[in-house]
Design a protein around this ligand. Structure first.
Ligand code: ZN
Length: 323
């Protein structure tokens, strides 16, 4: 019983939809490393719930945010829009104020009805934006900043992002030229490291990095100079399709809705959702060889691949991983 049977949420179907959106935002916390699609979904749910609404309450435990709120209160401002940019989530408020958060590994945004019990302890709350109908709660967000349009435009870490794979204007051709430009400057960079670089393409995280390389049959340790334009095209195309499938509103033509985990295979069984990610030592779903795992790049992120489906095409010997 939600107690909101009157007014603008009267329609039962709309109530169901809003509950589903709230669940989707909540589900974001179950994913270890939010990828662009998770942030996109969170932004979309927040936009639907609090977009266009007046802020009736704001609470934060972050001193910088609290100071600004003391000087120029959020209450009374209108949430103009909520959008994602790569892995950043931006909440635009009237009066030229933008709340920018990054979830990194641990953060999440939840939506609750006023008075509804939070699913994460209060001690992890970092900020709450209240409207008449919803509470949007940021838990554990490691980065939360207020910006003006001007300071945002000057923020290199946000505006320095590559094209967002989930943006409407993103094209495979545009994505390929980003990869090609980067390859020309960094011929020795390894492809899977580049796929994670948000300055090249924004949105891919560690799960999709391995999945995209698998889908294209590209060994993730190959240097950029060995990657053909055709391979780049296949990877960018898969990246866009995988991520779009995970933010699709479900129903019809086999596109699978998000359900707490993302999937890249077409199988409906939860167990057979991903091709290689976290499957080291198990049989490749395509050829049966053992999937390998190896830490890669400066940040030593886990990379998964099938040594048969993704043959070594570089110089020297093929890198080996744990199985
Ligand atoms: Zn294989």
């Amino acid at each position: 019983m939600d107690g909101y049977g009157t007014g603008k949420f009267a329609a039962a179907s709309e109530m169901r939809e809003m509950r589903e959106l709230a669940r989707q935002v909540t589900a974001a916390k179950e994913v270890r490393m939010p990828e662009g699609d998770t942030i996109y979904r969170a932004a979309r749910a927040l936009q639907k719930a609090i977009g266009g609404k007046v802020v009736t309450g704001f609470e934060t435990v972050l001193p910088k945010l609290a100071r600004l709120n003391d000087d120029a209160p959020l209450v009374g401002r209108v949430v103009e829009k909520v959008e994602s940019k790569g892995k950043w989530l931006l909440i635009y408020l009237s009066g030229d104020l933008i709340l920018v958060t990054h979830m990194l590994m641990s953060g999440s945004w939840h939506l609750y009805r006023p008075g509804e019990r939070w699913r994460i302890s209060r001690g992890r709350m970092r900020a709450v934006i209240r409207t008449a109908d919803w509470e949007a709660v940021a838990f554990n967000v490691p980065i939360a900043e207020f910006h003006s349009k001007r300071s945002l435009a000057q923020s290199r870490k946000i505006v320095g992002l590559g094209p967002d794979i989930l943006a409407d204007e993103f094209t495979v051709k545009g994505g390929v030229s980003r990869l090609a430009e980067y390859a020309a400057k960094h011929p020795d960079a390894e492809i899977a490291v580049v796929l994670l670089n948000q300055r090249v393409l924004a949105g891919l995280g560690n799960v999709y990095k391995s999945e995209v390389a698998f889908a294209a049959g590209v060994n993730p340790f190959r240097a950029m100079r060995t990657i053909t334009p055709k391979e780049m095209e296949v990877m960018v195309d898969f990246a866009q399709r995988y991520m779009k499938a995970n933010v699709a509103d479900g129903k019809g033509d086999g596109i699978v809705t998000y359900s707490g985990n993302r999937r890249t295979t077409h199988a409906m069984n939860r167990e057979v959702r991903l091709w290689v990610y976290r499957r080291q030592g198990r049989e490749c779903r395509r050829c049966g060889a053992a999937v390998m795992m190896r830490k890669q790049g400066e940040q030593a992120r886990s990379t998964y691949w099938c040594p048969v489906c993704q043959p070594w095409a570089g110089e020297g010997t093929a890198p080996l991983g744990r199985i």
